[in-house]
Design a binder for this molecule. Structure first.
Ligand SMILES: [Zn+2]
Length: 276
């Protein structure tokens, strides 16, 4: 919906994306909430098409299509062709777009549209989910922008990349007690179930909004509006530089303070132990 109460369209969305700061040739990491936009004629597909209209054929669009396929969470094995994205309608629309390829990763797959898509997604399973040389990290060489479309920093997966790049020791603390990895599962090319250990398990992101103030003051986070959705625009490389500084000052700032959060509690305790 726009400010006048009319449904958004592919055309009006393209105008709003341009006004928000996106340009032809941009490489965009998109985190999104379709509902936050209000009524959209053509739904999630129209949003994707509008973005592609703006960034053009030389641009790239990357979205998470995370599935979190861990047997301990009772989520069925990852099937690269059929497992639906669990992170929203817009990400699912990108995954199903004819120009998209999906990375092979049982917990943190992504879908990418654009000329460099194959090199962005290849061998994701050989990197950690959101660590060095994962697709988000590879987007750095394209000067990527991050658009939080109706979402906030608690959905910004690149902050998990920052945790790894900052070499925070807690990234090696897994959900399961006494392990430094989680076991994920997937359907391999032969159609059989296969298991793989996942290291540097991205933990909890519920505390991530703590970075919004500092990033805004540093000019790294810019507030923008698309439809009815308060949104945020960031440059990936600037985000990483700012976060490395912030995490040097306070290495546990990204961990949430909810006492019932098992992973953050465990990671805080671990940080106390290693810094003692
Ligand atoms: Zn937490």
């Amino acid at each position: 919906m726009n400010q006048l109460g009319r449904p958004l369209t592919r055309e009006s969305l393209a105008e709003e994306f341009t006004r928000a700061g996106l340009r032809s040739g941009d490489s965009v990491i998109l985190h999104s909430s379709l509902k936050s936009l209000g009524a959209v004629e053509g739904g999630a597909e129209a949003v994707v098409q509008a973005l592609l209209d703006v960034i053009g054929e030389t641009g790239h669009l990357l979205v998470p299509t995370f599935t979190y396929c861990l047997p301990i969470w009772n989520i069925p094995p990852f099937d690269v062709r059929n497992s639906k994205s669990r992170v929203g309608a817009i990400t699912e629309a990108v995954r199903l777009h004819e120009g998209a390829v999906r990375s092979f990763h049982p917990t943190h797959s992504v879908a990418v549209i654009g000329p460099g898509r194959d090199s962005l997604v290849k061998n994701h399973l050989h990197a950690t989910p959101l660590g060095v040389d994962c697709p988000f990290d590879r987007m750095r060489r394209l000067g990527a922008k991050i658009l939080m479309l109706g979402t906030t920093q608690d959905t910004n997966s690149s902050l998990h990349l920052c945790e790894v790049l900052a070499k925070l020791p807690y990234v090696n603390v897994a959900f399961s007690d006494g392990q430094d990895f989680e076991l994920a599962w997937f359907i391999n090319e032969q159609g059989e179930i296969e298991y793989t250990p996942i290291y540097e398990v991205p933990g909890c992101s519920r505390g991530f909004r703590v970075v919004e103030g500092p990033l805004r003051r540093a000019g790294v986070l810019v507030d923008v509006h698309v439809g009815l959705a308060p949104s945020q625009l960031l440059d990936l490389e600037n985000l990483i530089a700012a976060m490395l500084d912030l995490l040097r000052l306070d290495p546990v700032m990204l961990l949430c303070t909810n006492e019932s959060c098992a992973i953050c509690t465990k990671r805080r305790a671990y940080m106390k132990k290693v810094s003692a």
